[in-house]
Design a protein around this ligand. Structure first.
Ligand code: C5P
Length: 290
């Protein structure tokens, strides 16, 4: 029986501006999402019913796994209750750290099952028109992973403008043992005012043209409140820059911290400053330009 293997990669946020609270309770934001090559494996095999195995398990029950919910949602959307698949997830992306691992798995399942069940590619505008609303229903970070690469992300996180740029830096991820619920991170901000977007897409192009100059204009609005609760995070940020990072920040609502380095060697050298933390060295994925 033929199986297809999909790589579901993590993301980091370069800049995250929370612009205001929306009538639906979510927040409008703007951010640059960078897909990086730290990936889970999603193996999909045709079967008579939908099943999911996750190694190691990350949810109490399989039914709670976003990837399983994605499969059922697509089955329903395609009116295909008779279609099945055996899905095996091999997790490498740490969960609950602002790296989007669960969202990426869910997007990979949507794309993989769409191709298995319709025999059509999942990357066409017609396929994305079906998959995007399902992804947005699963979670604010899921739509980005349908196209991945580098994107300017707005709305509640579901409006995606892919950017055909290549980000040249090596990424060192540092994972403190701190877990922050996204909903708590947003409510702690206590947003009452609306602010304009900063044009992070324009800023990224300028920064890339100027070899990194101006990168410090990217800010993550969650940092001030979350760093106040967890001072270890600002210590990690400082340590990253003290050890050669051209830029250090938190990804999403945390708690993963990352540094950007001009070479793999510099990232490897900096890694030794974090002997008590889980660390990963990875690279931004070069976007597919259609
Ligand atoms: O969309 P997702 O399920 O990932 O969001 C989790 C929670 O984070 C939401 O219930 C909401 O409280 C908060 N959130 C938000 N604004 C966003 C994204 C998430 O307030 N743009």
């Amino acid at each position: 029986m033929t199986s297809t293997l999909h790589h579901a990669c993590a993301k980091i946020n370069l800049g995250l501006n929370v612009l205001g609270k929306r009538p639906d309770g979510y927040h409008d934001l703007e951010s640059i999402f960078l897909e990086v090559d730290l990936c889970d494996d999603v193996l999909i095999t045709a079967a008579s019913t939908v099943t999911l195995e996750c190694h190691p398990s990350v949810t109490g029950s399989v039914q709670d796994n976003l990837a399983f919910k994605a499969a059922l949602l697509l089955q329903n959307a395609l009116s295909a209750p008779d279609k099945g698949a055996k899905i095996v997830l091999t997790k490498r992306i740490p969960t609950g750290g602002g790296l989007g691992g669960g969202s990426s798995d869910a997007a990979a399942v949507l794309k993989g099952l769409y191709e298995l069940w319709t025999h059509q590619p999942a990357s066409t505008p017609e396929a994305l028109a079906i998959l995007h609303p399902l992804a947005a229903q699963l979670g604010s970070d899921v739509p980005f992973f349908l196209t991945g690469g580098v994107a300017y992300v707005t709305g509640r996180g579901t409006e995606i403008s892919p950017l055909p740029v290549s980000v040249p830096w090596t990424v060192l991820l540092v994972l403190p043992d701190i877990h922050i619920a996204t909903s708590t991170a947003y409510s702690t901000l206590g947003i009452t005012q609306r602010v304009d977007n900063q044009g992070l897409d324009r800023l990224l192009r300028q920064v890339l043209e100027n070899n990194g100059d101006g990168i410090h204009q990217f800010k993550n609005d969650f940092e001030s409140t979350i760093f106040a609760q967890h001072p270890l995070l600002s210590t990690i940020s400082r340590k990253l820059t003290d050890n050669g990072a051209i830029y250090a920040a938190m990804s999403g609502s945390g708690s993963t911290m990352y540094g950007l380095f001009t070479s793999v060697e510099n990232a490897v050298a900096a890694r030794s400053a974090f002997p008590n933390h889980v660390t990963y060295i990875c690279r931004p994925i070069v976007p597919h330009v259609p």
